[in-house]
Design a protein around this ligand. Structure first.
Ligand code: 5GP
Length: 207
């Protein structure tokens, strides 16, 4: 039988909630078969980050040129920088039958929802906003002005939970990882997906 198309998994949620940490936990697990779509950004590289691994770091003019060329599934401006998902990798990888995993903020997730209504949308939520602020301060990589603006952004994002299919509370990274893996496994067993597969098999058997 022809390769079944992969699932598009969107993990989203407020900045500082720990999306990156949960995502890394998921991809450190050798049983994970999803492919991670590396985003492009115009923000400065943080210490320890590697171009082409954490992000593709681009100049603003380059990013804007790619927007014009329609090279993004989605993009958003977040705290003064662009972030976007390159279209080609996602399409090719899903066509090969792999699940593709995006870790993006909510404005981008909204755009993905319009283009890929079948995608799976998971919202990673903080146990509380105070907890979130503590984490951002604790990270020590941002100025207090930037932290304020990220916390403001986070409040708005929490209100946007209703865009998502599932909410996973990030109280513990391992638990959040397991919950996400369970959601993805269940999504693959959805009646609509299985039914489509069987319909295809029946059509092929008739040939
Ligand atoms: P950071 O600067 O902390 O790496 O990321 C800031 C925010 O941008 C995070 O919420 C992160 O998930 C989000 N982000 C990363 N890549 C993308 C992307 O390709 N598109 C969108 N819309 N957001 C992204």
């Amino acid at each position: 039988m022809e390769n079944e198309k992969g699932l598009l998994i969107v993990l989203s949620g407020p900045s500082g909630v720990g999306k990156g940490t949960v995502r890394k936990k998921i991809f450190d697990d050798p049983s994970t078969s999803y492919k991670y779509s590396i985003s492009m950004t115009t923000r400065d590289k943080r210490e320890g980050e590697v171009d082409g691994v954490d992000y593709f770091f681009k100049a603003k003019s380059e990013f804007e040129e790619l927007i014009k060329q329609d090279q993004f599934i989605e993009y958003a401006e977040f705290v003064g920088n662009y972030y976007g998902t390159p279209v080609q990798y996602v399409k090719d990888t899903m066509d090969q039958g792999y699940d593709v995993f995006l870790e993006i903020e909510v404005e981008g997730a909204k755009q993905v929802r319009k283009k890929f209504p079948d995608a799976l949308f998971i919202f990673l939520a903080p146990p509380s906003l105070d907890h979130l602020r503590e984490r951002l301060v604790g990270r020590g990589t941002e100025s207090s002005e930037k932290i304020q603006s990220r916390v403001h952004e986070a409040r708005r994002e929490v209100e946007m939970m209703n865009l998502y299919d599932y909410v996973v509370v990030n109280d513990e990274v391992d638990l959040a990882k397991q919950r996400i893996q369970s959601i993805v496994a269940a999504e693959h067993l959805k009646r609509e997906r299985i039914e489509a597969k069987y319909r295809k098999m029946i059509l092929e058997a008739k040939k």
